[in-house]
Design a protein around this ligand. Sequence first.
Ligand SMILES: Nc1ncnc2c1ncn2[C@@H]1O[C@H](COP(=O)(O)OP(=O)(O)O)[C@@H](O)[C@H]1O
Ligand SMILES: [Mg+2]
Length: 269
Amino acid sequence: MAILSYLLIGDETDLAQRSTTQARRGQLQVAVKRDGDENPTQVYSELVANRLAQFLGLPVAMGVAAQNISDTTVSRFASLWVADQNTRIFDFTEATPDHEAPAAPIGAYNETGLYWQFKRLCERYPLEAAQLAVFDLWIGNEDRDLNIKGQLEENKEIEPNVLFALDQGNSLFSCGINPKESISKLMSNTFPSFHPMAGMLGAFECGEMVERINAIPDWAMLSAIVFGVQIGSVIPDRQYELYDVLDERRKLLRELVQRVLLTPPRCEK
Ligand SMILES: Nc1ncnc2c1ncn2[C@@H]1O[C@H](COP(=O)(O)OP(=O)(O)O)[C@@H](O)[C@H]1O
Ligand SMILES: [Mg+2]
């Protein structure tokens, strides 16, 4: 898998301080995300999901907390823009369905009409796809179908292996219409009810990811979830609450994987 690298823009200029290694001051392109009426806990949810993903070694575009020079608190999440312009990457975030393609199997999830592309993605990246899908179940992310990009060209010798996910903004405290509903969804073993990679993943790969998540040490989960300061609109007490819920929820993952990812869809006659 190619290492994800991020897009430098503009000119590099001198650093204010003397550098012994020719380090320069540069700028990375980012997608800046903020809390709003439609998603009042997006900044915190993005940040936590990203820190957990990085700890787990998942191919997720890295993001960081960001603030304006005039802000006194963290008010933005900056998703570092992946420098993918030289690869012929399939962009699920922009793609339109191919109406010539054969129909998806009956009962399969195909909301975006990209069923076959998801299938190709899972065949080409069985491990990474399973890791992302299991992670989505853990953080309660129902938004993966529109938030992933990957190299799907057939010729592996020529085309680099590139796959990355982005936008976890509708997970964790933002998986429901408000934090209260989100917490009750995360405590439930019937949520989520679907995933675009359902029926396309290996049991072994999914099982390994369940184990990996259950092996995260408490200190690592705490440091990814609880900050001790308010992040966007989320105060520290709520951050502890999320830690407890995610700790409990990881014990439900085996069952969730079985039901959502590994059970073939029931055919509607
Ligand atoms: N880090 C990134 N690297 C590359 N493309 C990105 C990145 N972040 C966002 N994008 C692009 O911008 C679009 C909108 O960003 P996203 O985080 O999905 O916002 P929204 O919450 O509005 O869906 C994405 O669908 C994707 O095409
Ligand atoms: Mg999105």
